[in-house]
Design a protein around this ligand. Structure first.
Ligand SMILES: [Fe+2]
Ligand SMILES: [Fe+2]
Length: 153
């Protein structure tokens, strides 16, 4: 499979995220183009970059009251765990399996960017436009179920 390339279809109009996504594409493309001798090293770079990429988005979600944070953060964790399994495959010389994983990661990223990341980028843009909607420092969102209908008692 041809290495992944950046396309403006991936642009989400939130510059910090677009920048990290461009870097992600570059690192993944390098791994897809790596020969057997360099694949393990390239895969370590994919994992390191992806960890930083996901940590940054997880931080944005946690600190901005993003409604779908839990499912998005979980998705990141699952993917990162799979990539770590890929490193074990690379270390045992199963290069074909790592390359297959790289293709799956590229396909996953296209969907993730245009769904979960797109929603987060929109949320972050709105936060920047309407700072008064940001959660107050120290304020915690209470689950709806805990709100009481009656103040008596
Ligand atoms: Fe992302
Ligand atoms: Fe994400």
């Amino acid at each position: 499979m041809e290495p992944i390339v950046w396309t403006d279809k991936l642009l989400l109009d939130y510059e910090p995220m677009d920048t990290v996504h461009r870097d992600f594409i570059a690192v993944l493309a390098a791994a897809q183009a790596a020969d057997d001798a360099n694949l393990e090293k390239a895969w370590v770079e994919v994992i390191d970059h992806t960890r930083t990429h996901f940590d940054r988005e997880d931080d944005w979600m946690r600190h901005s009251g993003f409604a779908s944070a839990d499912s998005h953060i979980l998705q990141h964790r699952v993917v990162l765990n799979v990539l770590r399994e890929g490193l074990a495959l690379a270390r045992s010389g199963q290069y074909g399996a790592v390359r297959e994983m790289a293709s799956e990661l590229a396909a996953w990223f296209g969907k993730h960017a245009q769904t979960q990341d797109a929603a987060l980028a929109l949320h972050m843009r709105r936060q920047a436009e309407y700072p008064e909607r940001r959660p107050r420092p120290g304020g915690t969102e209470r689950p709806l179920a805990r709100h009481r209908a009656s103040s008596s008692g």
